[in-house]
Design a protein around this ligand. Structure first.
Ligand code: PLP
Length: 432
């Protein structure tokens, strides 16, 4: 074991041994080199007033060397905010602006002990950092039967975690907190579980209400009280797109400080919230009452980042930071929110109009980008393929009978025609 990793582990054991015990073997072994190139460069940046010959970039005329064919197109930004490496943890100002935004959007975070968000290469990367730090072969990774399929690769294939599934909905079409509780309590022998919570949910577009939120927290707390160490990840990819009377905050705020055996981790980012899917800017944030645990987790996260991508892209961090600081930001976001809400409402009114008979039910949706039809009479894959090849309509088949529809990418005025075509596709298949 590297002595620096050993020190971080001791710091965690002293601060909260349960959280230390949640670490994977890699999580225990990883550290961020204190005396390597990055820290010597950082020290030189403060003190090398004459010649700074440490940094691994090229400079010219006191600015990062660059090509006009690039800079001419990006001339609103200064070369220093585009070309040099961003720090492995991300641009400091972006981290603090995102932290303030988190508190503003989630008033339950006020006064809670949580770290500074660390910039990731968007949410997938944040999730894979969680998997690296906390998942070993055979560890239970608990998420519902309706989920984002990439979890299987990130937690299962890459880290050999075991997916423990539970039905997302009860028979009354509410969030199945009892299913979550049972999945958790089954892990008593292992003494550890990783829980993934994703609201608004991909693929259903569901976010629980306040009472369901309390039941989720109670289930997790019960598991902690039963002696299970629980890493709880809130995957807040679609945060903010709450169109109805659901929870409008991440459960991360309520998980902070809930129990010493619970480690809340918030994975969020600009991808969907700020409509910058290809920019690849996300964040990972840990919560703990112990500052030593928080700083050790940050160092270990930086170790994973340094070992994998070294640091995130600088231009996108600058673009997102400038947007967040702009006076027009809120107003522009509000306009886009209303457009998406209009589409969600339109879908609901079409589905509730009765014009499609009873060929499908739909899972409850109140948020996010998606909704899911539950087909009654035809298979989802048969319909998907039929719609694509006969009507030019693309949808996603999930399992035997679920069809996911991203209303986020269909203009409101076209939604009726699209659902009419989906309906027609079902009639065609029923006749054939
Ligand atoms: C639930 C969920 N989490 C995470 C992600 C990944 O987001 P990113 O593109 O920021 O990696 C997605 C993207 O589709 C998602 O649906």
């Amino acid at each position: 074991m590297n002595p620096l990793a050993g020190q971080l582990n001791e710091q965690m054991q002293a601060g909260n041994p349960h959280i230390y015990n949640m670490l994977s073997t890699l999580g225990k072994e990883i550290y961020f080199p204190k005396e390597g190139i990055l820290s010597q460069s950082a020290e030189a940046a403060n003190h090398a007033h004459k010649y700074n010959a440490t940094i691994g970039i090229a400079t010219e005329g006191g600015t990062p060397m660059h090509l006009d064919v690039i800079q001419d197109k990006l001339s609103s930004f200064q070369p220093k905010d585009l070309y040099p490496y961003a720090p492995p943890a991300g641009k400091p100002e972006l981290r603090s602006v995102w932290r303030s935004k988190m508190i503003q959007d989630n008033p339950s975070l006020e006064g809670k002990a949580f770290g500074n968000p660390i910039v990731t290469n968007a949410l997938t990367h944040g999730l894979s950092i969680v998997a690296d730090l906390f998942v070993d072969e055979g560890d239970a990774v608990i998420y519902p039967d309706k989920n984002w399929e990439n979890y299987d690769l990130t937690f299962g294939i890459r880290r050999h975690g075991v997916h423990i599934s539970y039905p997302l909905f009860t028979e009354h079409m509410k969030f199945n907190a009892d299913g979550l509780r049972q999945a958790l309590l089954q892990q008593q022998d292992k003494g550890k579980a990783i829980v993934l919570l994703n609201f608004p949910n991909n693929p259903t577009g569901y976010t629980p209400g306040a009472e369901e939120g309390k039941a989720i927290l109670a289930a997790i707390q019960d598991a902690a009280e039963a002696g299970i160490n629980v890493v709880v990840v809130t995957d807040d990819a679609y945060f903010g797109l709450f169109f109805e009377d659901s929870l409008k905050e991440s459960l991360f705020g309520h998980l902070c400080g809930l129990h010493p055996r619970i480690l809340p981790i918030k994975v969020d980012g600009a991808t969907k919230e700020e409509f910058v899917w290809g920019f690849r800017v996300g964040f990972i944030t840990f919560a703990s009452d112990d500052p030593g645990v928080l700083s050790a987790l940050e160092q270990k996260t930086l170790g994973i980042i340094r070992a994998t991508i070294s640091s995130g892209a600088h231009p996108s961090q600058t673009f997102v930071l400038e947007a967040l600081k702009s006076a027009d930001y809120q107003a522009q976001k509000e306009v886009k929110f209303e457009i998406l809400k209009g589409r969600a409402n339109k879908v609901k009114s079409l589905l509730d109009s009765g014009k499609y008979g009873d060929v499908w039910q739909y899972y409850p949706f109140n948020s996010g980008y998606f909704m899911c039809l539950k087909l009654r009479t035809v298979s989802a894959e048969a319909l998907r393929s039929h719609l694509l090849h006969n009507y030019g309509v693309g949808t996603i088949a999930l399992g035997e009978h679920d069809l996911r529809i991203a209303f986020s990418c269909i203009e409101e005025s076209y939604l009726e025609e699209m659902f009419d075509l989906i309906y027609q596709g079902i009639l065609d298949l029923q006749q054939s």
